[in-house]
Ligand binder design. Structure first.
Ligand SMILES: [Zn+2]
Ligand SMILES: [Zn+2]
Length: 358
């Protein structure tokens, strides 16, 4: 990473992958240098206002500001500052607090960004039956609390917030009775940071090795590789299951072995990207392949040095009532596998109530 200091600050309202409704995907993001009351991006909205209310009782200083160390906010005030929601897919563990709280949101009308299918799924909820209709596509419908705002996967960044822009990339999240199901990865960029720093946030995702006919994570790694580690050094990615879960029981998610394999693919892309950029302009452009040739473990050694990988969306095993949370087990397993592979990435856990800067 460069020495310009952090570009983003994030509070983790919830980071679990179920079954506890009190700890579901929900992150509040702002530019590091701005105050919370200047505007917030809500990244996923599984857990929200209710969970935050409880967190603030334990830690009232969670949103303390640079301006005043004594400033505290209520959960509903914090959600008043939210300008937009960025949602990877419309599974309930990513949208339930958004739906429950929509009617009571204060502050200006909020945009909901995501792929077209996700917005259509939300329409199926705001349909006067499952829930009143509180959202529309019309900029002039001021009475509707939410403004549906499609993000098109066209390789471009879209400004979603002053000085923050987002590129959406579709990823696989399992197959259903009605066909393949798509989630999203977001490249989130600070346009005001001197190095235009960005980070990568994955929604729920299935390993490419399972959907080898239509791999999608490779598209994300290809975009990320040339930016690592100087422009992009922080990745949030799920690992829902502990080690040893059979492939036919993954239900569109990653396990530690699959995550390690995906990181090996990322390191391979970095290897090829650095080689082609240092090889000068005379080499003929490689024909676009779905996957670059693999390289030896020795050549991949240390290629993810400087990258911090936050593990999210671990599923707690409901049968396990005593002992450490399953999350600790999963993060430990990923860390050991990545260490053995010698990739050099730092494996961290994003936990409820954390304040993270990057
Ligand atoms: Zn999901
Ligand atoms: Zn989920």
């Amino acid at each position: 990473m460069d020495d310009y200091g952090p570009a983003f600050a994030l509070v983790c309202v919830g980071s679990g992958g179920g079954p506890l409704e009190s700890d579901l995907s929900g992150y509040l993001l702002k530019p590091y240098k701005e105050e919370w009351d200047a505007g917030i991006i809500a990244l996923e909205a599984g857990s929200g206002q209710g969970t935050l209310h409880r967190l603030l009782q334990q830690e009232p200083d969670l949103f303390k500001t640079q301006r005043s160390a004594t400033q505290t906010y209520s959960a509903s005030e914090i959600y008043t500052f939210v300008r937009c929601f960025l949602i990877t897919h419309a599974h309930l563990d990513h949208i339930s607090s958004l739906v429950i709280s929509t009617g009571s949101f204060g502050g200006p009308r909020k945009r909901v960004y995501g792929h077209k299918e996700m917005l259509e799924d939300l329409e199926g909820i705001y349909n006067w039956r499952a829930w009143p209709n509180l959202a529309s596509y019309d900029e002039n419908d001021e009475d509707f609390k939410l403004l549906y705002s499609p993000l098109v996967p066209n390789g471009k960044y879209h400004t979603v917030f002053p000085d923050i822009s987002v590129q959406i990339v579709p990823i696989n999240h399992g197959t259903t009775d009605v066909g393949p199901y798509s989630s999203s990865a977001f490249f989130i960029r600070s346009d005001s940071h001197p190095s235009k720093r960005e980070f990568l946030f994955f929604g729920d995702v299935e390993p490419d090795s399972i959907t080898s006919a239509t791999p999608k994570i490779i598209d994300v790694w290809r975009k990320a590789a040339p930016m690592i580690p100087n422009t992009l050094s922080t990745i949030f990615i799920e690992c829902s299951w502990p080690s040893g879960r059979p492939d036919d029981m993954l239900h569109g998610h990653l396990s530690p072995e699959h995550l390690r394999d995906e990181l090996v693919v990322l390191a391979t892309e970095i290897y090829h990207s650095r080689r082609s950029s240092s090889g000068g302009g005379s080499r003929p452009k490689r024909k676009r392949q779905k996957r670059n040739p693999s390289v030896s473990a020795d050549e991949l050694r240390g290629l993810l040095t400087g990258v911090r990988i936050y593990i999210i969306h671990c599923k707690e095993q409901s049968t396990q009532v005593e002992g450490p949370p399953t999350r600790e087990l999963i993060v430990g397993q990923v860390r050991a596998l990545v260490q053995t592979a010698g990739l050099g990435a730092e494996i961290l856990s994003a936990e409820q109530g954390m304040y993270i800067t990057f």
